[in-house]
Design a protein around this ligand. Structure first.
Ligand code: HSE
Length: 309
């Protein structure tokens, strides 16, 4: 059995427009790296986190620590781990920063323990990290980060996750303005009530999006990338959101919405050329602001956490 396991945990886009808390996908190109090894101390030791030194290293407050503890409790084990985290995904980015750490941690720990759990089972433990980060258990980032592709969370109790491979030519462009939006606060902003007429449109879009993904029907994917419930309430948090969306759709994106709880905004595109055009359109809008930003262009990744060595 390996003494060290190094993993890459990808970023992810959750909600995907119409699927608040039930839909997400993994993206390539940006993610966290983690190295785990077993220790004989019966406790977790999280080293100062490279990239974001202010993040808590106390296991009970760190999403990776909380996720591993959930796994160990279920297994009835008190195995200790040394944990190194190289964070590349900024916390509060809307592209699954906390999920990447939690998912990477449970995949690596599971590997070192001789794989007692399947990938699908690990989603539940990764999701416990989200509780530490946002006060709420949602798996729409954790599931695609662990499993890859698009993931539907059909039910939470008990957790029932369905994975769908992404159509081959589906590309994603994400703009990440360098401001922080705390998921907890962005959730508190939402009305707990949903208007029935809006809910009906939303259900139609979720069904259309899933069918579009299965059939690689890019037009149907585009028509279904609409959110009538959450986007309206949250877009006030995101500078230039309306201008960005307008520019991105004009440049040929299939659709565009807030990534997770923001501030990142994503667009899905058919093909790399369209994705590049959409990236330029985002750049043009945001370069007029004083807010620093990054833009990522990537295929939707069918890989979740990857074991590097
Ligand atoms: N579905 C969650 C939300 C994702 O939008 O609050 C947060 O990362």
């Amino acid at each position: 059995m390996n003494k060290n396991v190094k993993v890459f945990a990808p970023a992810s886009v959750s909600n995907v427009g119409c699927g608040f808390d039930i839909l997400g996908f993994a993206i390539d190109g940006i993610g966290d790296e983690m190295i785990l090894s077993k220790n004989d101390l019966n406790k977790m030791i999280i080293k100062p986190i490279e990239g974001y030194e202010n993040l808590p290293t106390e296991p009970s407050k760190n999403v990776a620590g909380v996720a591993i503890q959930a796994l160990l409790d279920d297994l009835g084990s008190n195995q200790g781990f040394d944990i190194e985290i190289k964070k590349h995904i900024k916390p509060g980015s809307g592209i699954g920063s906390s999920s990447a750490s939690a998912a990477g941690a449970v995949v690596a720990a599971n590997e070192l323990l001789g794989k007692p759990y399947s990938r699908k089972e690990l989603v539940y433990f990764a999701m416990q990290g989200e509780v530490a980060a946002s006060g709420d258990a949602h798996a729409d980032n954790a599931a695609p980060t662990v499993l890859g592709g698009f993931c539907i969370v059909r039910a939470y109790d008990p957790l029932d996750v369905i994975q769908i491979e992404s159509p081959k030519n589906l590309w994603c462009v994400v703009i990440h303005p360098q401001i922080e939006i705390k998921t907890k606060e962005a959730r508190e902003l939402l009305s707990p009530k949903v208007d029935l007429k809006k809910a009906i449109r939303q259900w139609g879009n979720v069904a259309g999006l899933i069918s579009g993904l299965h059939q690689s029907d890019y037009n149907l994917i585009g028509r279904s990338l609409e959110d009538h419930i959450v986007e309206q309430q949250r877009k006030v948090l995101i500078p230039e959101f309306n201008n960005l969306k307008q520019a991105v759709l004009k440049a040929g994106a299939l659709g565009c919405s807030i990534s997770g709880s923001g501030p990142s905004v994503f667009a899905l595109c058919e093909g790399e050329d369209k994705a590049k055009a959409v990236s330029s359109a985002m750049d043009k809008v945001f370069s007029k602001t004083t807010i620093p930003y990054f833009i990522y262009v990537s295929q939707v990744s069918n890989n979740g956490v990857r074991i590097l060595e």
